[in-house]
Design a protein around this ligand. Structure first.
Ligand code: IMP
Ligand code: MG
Length: 188
């Protein structure tokens, strides 16, 4: 077992890309922007689990409207730091969203496959009134599919990051900031 000092979360972080304060400030701005842009007075947040749980919890409270909340589990990553390419929508009883204005909230836009699959499903299969998307992070990579989010918290470099909901092999979601892991904590 690792010594107690190395078990502490922050000691495992190599570089901080977004601080806790910057996250808080930007999430409040995003909430205000989303609220200002809304034409109706009803909005459903569709939260992509698990990565966006902290982001969506904070974002919801930055929007002063009576929101609905739904969630969906999507898997495209299988444990490591590279995307598998196939997107599986694990929970798709989303028919109650038909005719509604939906904002899909995810942690990070990387290859674009996840959000493209969710948004296409909502538009083409469910028949929502509108489907917009909001991500905390937008990774500066070439997308595998063409997709851009309507709202972006921060553009970041092409690095694998953890924290504020984002995980590495299921862990590190509870880190309050966004950062990269020290190489010795990444399995090769
Ligand atoms: P996409 O389908 O490639 O756009 O990837 C989106 C999903 O991949 C996100 O919801 C994350 O779960 C995961 N992901 C992509 N990049 C990272 C990262 O740097 N850290 C942790 N998870 C990531
Ligand atoms: Mg995710």
């Amino acid at each position: 077992m690792s010594p107690p000092s190395e078990r502490r979360l922050l000691t495992r972080i190599d570089r901080v890309l977004v601080s806790e304060d910057d996250i808080r400030a930007r999430v409040n701005e995003l909430g205000a922007e989303i609220q200002k842009d809304l034409h109706s007075d009803e909005l459903t947040l569709l939260v992509v689990l698990h990565g966006s749980i902290f982001f969506s919890a904070d974002l919801m409270r930055a929007i002063s409207l009576p929101l609905y909340l739904e969630s969906i589990r999507v898997s495209s990553y299988h444990g490591g730091t590279t995307s598998s390419g196939t997107v599986k929508l694990d929970q798709a009883p989303l028919s109650e969203l038909a005719g509604k204005d939906v904002l899909v909230v995810d942690d990070i836009l990387d290859t674009g496959r996840t959000l493209n699959a969710v948004v296409s499903h909502l538009r083409d299969e469910i028949g929502v009134a509108s489907a917009r998307s909001c991500v905390l992070l937008d990774k500066n990579v070439e997308r595998a599919v063409e997709f851009e989010a309507d709202y972006v918290g921060f553009k970041i470099e092409d690095a694998f990051v953890v924290g504020y909901g984002l995980d590495y092999m299921g862990k590190y979601r509870n880190l309050p900031l966004i950062g990269t892991l020290k190489p010795e904590f990444i399995l090769t």
